[in-house]
Ligand binder design. Structure first.
Ligand SMILES: *Cc1c(COP(=O)(O)O)cnc(C)c1O
Length: 250
């Protein structure tokens, strides 16, 4: 594992600890089991070294949204972890990579080499590409996926409109190479986050009438994750408030 000098961490440990504390407080308010929320640290635009530092702090789930960036980063992290295990400077679990961005069908093969779940299953053509690629793979493990909701009301935007969720979910559930985990959503910029998180929760409840195990909700980012947890989120995707500012926005 790469050790960075303490000055280069520039508050990373503090910010990570603060997020864990905020999540615990929100869990208490929501009256859900302490520690049940999955914290995914969004590491996009940040180097493998930052991921390794976070792993030393106890984090193991990371979110990425571009294959070109995530693929080499996942490989670099895996290699460093293997080395650190060999010289006994790290004993935690492997990194789990959550793909959270729009996934082009021609990138599916690459993403499936490292991703442990896809949070952005947002259209029938991606479903088709995933199913086709998974059919060629030896593994018997089902790929965990979340259906991304389109809360904007504009059909041309990415994601599945809430009114089409059941139809699309039925199709997803018909494939035994996929494991439908639940729904994913991003609160709109022009609404109260709580309003959109309640819509996501309603969609989740609807989904569970046909897929009782698909009970998870991936929602909440740096600015709204505590609200998201209070409104039912089980997986939060936190970037900047832990990692610090990104050099460029994607
Ligand atoms: C970048 C990103 C995040 C993290 O955003 P922050 O505001 O930095 O916490 C979460 N979810 C998705 C889908 C993202 O693209």
């Amino acid at each position: 594992m790469t050790y960075l000098t303490s000055c280069s961490t520039s508050g990373l440990a503090d910010r990570y600890a603060k997020a864990i504390q905020n999540i615990a407080d929100a869990e208490r308010d929501a009256q859900v089991t302490a520690g049940s929320t999955k914290l995914i640290v969004v590491s996009k635009t940040h180097p493998a070294e930052l991921v390794l530092e976070l792993m030393q702090l106890g984090s193991s789930d990371f979110g990425e949204n571009r294959d070109q960036e995530a693929s080499p980063k996942a490989a670099a992290v895996a290699q460093s972890v293997a080395e650190a295990r060999a010289n006994q400077t790290f004993s935690g679990p492997d990194a789990a990579w959550h793909f959270i961005g729009q996934l082009q069908s021609n990138k599916v093969k690459s993403v499936l080499r490292y991703a442990s779940s896809i949070h952005s299953l947002d259209r029938p053509s991606l479903l088709k590409a995933l199913v086709k690629e998974l059919a060629t793979q030896e593994t018997k493990n089902r790929l965990p996926v979340f259906i991304e909701l389109n809360l904007t009301g504009q059909p041309e935007r990415g994601g599945i409109l809430p009114e089409n969720l059941i139809e699309f979910a039925t199709e997803v559930c018909s494939h035994d190479t996929l494991k439908l985990e639940g729904v994913m959503g991003v609160a709109g910029l022009d609404v109260e986050p709580a309003f959109d998180f309640d819509r996501i929760r309603k969609s989740s409840e609807q989904l569970q009438t046909i897929a009782p195990d698909a009970k998870y909700i991936s929602a909440g980012m740096s600015n709204d994750y505590e609200i998201a947890i209070r409104h039912g989120a089980t997986h939060v995707r936190i970037g900047t408030s832990i990692t610090g500012k990104r050099e460029y926005s994607v």
